[in-house]
Design a protein around this ligand. Structure first.
Ligand code: EPZ
Length: 420
């Protein structure tokens, strides 16, 4: 497994191109199953999760071509049974369930695995599909679903932690070819849901209200192939913004969408970070004196849980106390223990992490645990004095396109050490 070797204490300067959004492209790739015609998707990030999803679509019978940026899918002759091992390994693949049911009226997919950040249930996905007339049977780790009479209905998708992003995607896609009208209440409002709805409407679907908590879908008979460009990845942009602030430098995020980053930019400004918005770009300058801030993760447009670990790494440098409360996932503080190996002072009190920032960090060997926790360790390693080695960076490769290459171009001293 590869690791990153980082010499800390460098200042990041320059411009970085933001890649296409992982969390937008995965459901959009699933949506190509809704038509027998060819879909062309551009600005696709070259990530292991994307290549995984390509394998899943191929295992279902679709013809898939990916050149590292543009993806072509033709799901002319597909089956409703996905490869157990592939689907179990990547949670995002659960969003093939809705389109398979819409297209074939039946599907068998494995229950997605949980991961270090939580159990990741799919009860809301299944509740929504049942409301649309789907018979669901769980057996031997598989979801067996049949929906001969898939029909529109009122679907409430609010759960204990608020809406579900991929649950909204699944119901949205199933509803596009269902009989009649579906209204989704307590739908997720993330920009990735809006991008999916734009893709589906371009295919001929009739969706209104995406981006709001109430989405209305009028079922149609069939959908056609389209061309689409994926929105930029707001979490990658936020991650590089925090890295720039933590390094004391100044970085321009080319292609970032400030309108997708409201809560993140608000918190960075509160911490004293300098933010300049110019056409098509966002420039992040380090604070003259970084201030502690309190964060609570919320559904969009609140502060995103996928930026929580990165902000914690930054707050380790802000003199004073920051309280970071995680309200979306039940155990998303795996990075805290590893940050403490770099000298951070963090106490966990239930859903909150109490960060006493300001002490200088010093390099150490640390272990990545999940995608965003790994990003936090890279940010902290670059800010620490001395050498930091981040092990198991395959976690990073799932969601960041050539992260070490982009950081090195900004002046970081970082290299990938091939697997031990
Ligand atoms: C999506 O996951 C993202 N992944 C996650 O990004 C992101 O953290 C998450 O949304 C929340 O914003 C992709 O889009 C591929 P949820 P998703 O369903 O849809 C509970 C990253 O780092 N819940 O919105 O799986 C769930 O346990 C990843 O890029 C139920 O209770 O998340 C969680 O507490 C990590 N029942 C909360 O809802 C359900 O049926 C939000 O989960 C579904 C979810």
């Amino acid at each position: 497994m590869d690791s990153f070797l980082i010499e800390g204490g460098t200042t990041l300067r320059g411009e970085v191109q933001i890649s296409g959004s992982k969390n937008a492209v995965l459901p959009i790739m699933a949506a190509t199953l809704l038509t027998a015609e060819t879909c062309v998707i551009r600005h696709v990030p070259d990530l292991s999760d994307v290549r995984f999803m390509c394998q899943i679509l191929t295992s279902l019978g679709a013809e898939v071509e990916f050149d590292g940026s543009t993806l072509k899918v033709r799901a002319a002759n597909i089956t409703g049974t996905g490869d157990y091992d592939l689907i179990r390994k990547m949670r995002g693949s659960i969003c093939i369930l809705g389109p398979l049911l819409a297209r074939l009226r039946k599907a068998t997919v494995s229950l997605p695995g949980g991961c270090v950040i939580g159990t990741r249930p799919i009860d809301l996905h299944l509740k929504g599909l049942r409301t649309l007339g789907t018979q669901i049977r769980i057996e031997a780790g598989y979801v067996h679903a049949e929906a001969p009479d898939l029909s529109g209905s009122l679907v409430f998708l609010g759960g204990r932690a608020g809406p579900t992003v991929l649950g909204t995607a699944n119901i949205l896609m199933a509803a596009t070819l269902a009989e009649g009208v579906t209204v989704i209440e307590s739908a997720a409002c993330e920009p990735e849901v809006v991008d999916l709805a734009d893709f589906l409407n371009a295919m001929g679907a009739r969706i209104q209200g995406a981006g709001s908590p109430t989405i209305t879908v009028t079922g149609v008979r069939e959908l056609r192939g389209v061309e689409h460009e994926v929105i930029p990845d707001r979490i990658e942009a936020g991650t590089f913004a925090v890295a720039a602030a933590a390094s004391g430098g100044e970085v321009t995020l080319r292609g970032a969408r400030p309108d997708h980053l409201g809560a993140v930019l608000d918190k960075l400004q509160e911490a004293g970070v300098r933010i300049t918005r110019r056409a098509g770009a966002l420039t992040i300058g380090a604070a003259s004196n970084l201030k502690p801030v309190d964060i609570t993760t919320m559904p969009y447009s609140g502060f995103p849980t996928d930026m929580q670990a990165q902000l914690m790494a930054l707050m380790c440098q802000a003199p004073g106390t920051s309280i970071i409360t995680e309200r979306i996932f039940e155990s998303r503080f795996m990075h805290a223990a590893e940050l403490m190996r770099l000298g951070a002072d963090i106490g966990i009190e239930g859903p909150s992490a109490i960060v006493k920032g300001g002490a200088p960090l010093s390099g150490a060997e640390v272990m990545a645990s999940d995608l965003r926790a790994s990003a936090a360790l890279v940010i902290a390693g670059m800010a620490a004095s001395g050498t930091t080695q981040v092990h198991r960076v395959y976690h990073l490769d799932r969601g960041y396109e050539r992260m070490e290459v982009k950081l090195e171009a900004l002046g970081a001293r970082i290299q990938r050490v091939p697997g031990e």
